[in-house]
Design a protein. Structure first.
Length: 149
């Protein structure tokens, strides 16, 4: 069945109980800036058994990084509009990395920011049309591996 690989990830997640994989959502700007990409990512992650609680977003890289550090998470997802990404994405990824993020997902295609984002610490890009099963499997494995260290 087509859904079987994703169902397997959810089963693996369920088996972990209270240690279920989770990521910190670091949406940037106003809700109108990030809502579409954040919802896409949260729904995709939920399909694969990864929790991604939402929030009202952050106006600065420092605010996102401070909230990330307080969350106890080791993985973060950055989501916003292209315009906000131009202004804040690289700085936010650097700040998240500096505050301990080991896995950083960027919602959307990176375009001209790809090299800078990778150098800053992005480990994965999530966008419509990607291999969702490969993305989810890789992310699930990274998060559960980090939880053991």
């Amino acid at each position: 069945r087509v859904a079987e690989p994703v169902e397997d990830l959810r089963d693996r997640s369920d088996a972990l109980g209270d240690r279920r994989p989770a990521v910190f959502m670091a949406p940037l700007g106003r809700i109108a800036d990030f809502a579409a990409r954040a919802a896409f990512l949260q729904n995709l992650l939920a399909a694969g058994g990864v929790a991604a609680p939402g929030n009202d977003g952050f106006a600065t890289a420092d605010a996102a990084a401070a909230a990330f550090a307080a969350s106890g998470a080791r993985a973060a997802c950055v989501a916003s509009s292209d315009a906000v990404y131009e202004a804040l994405a690289v700085e936010t990824v650097r700040a998240l990395k500096a505050r301990g993020a080991r896995t950083i997902v960027f919602a959307g295609k990176p375009g001209a920011l790809e090299t800078a984002l990778m150098q800053a610490g992005v480990t994965q890009f999530a966008f419509a049309g990607m291999d969702a099963v490969a993305f989810l499997s890789s992310l699930f494995d990274a998060i559960t591996r980090e939880a053991r260290t």
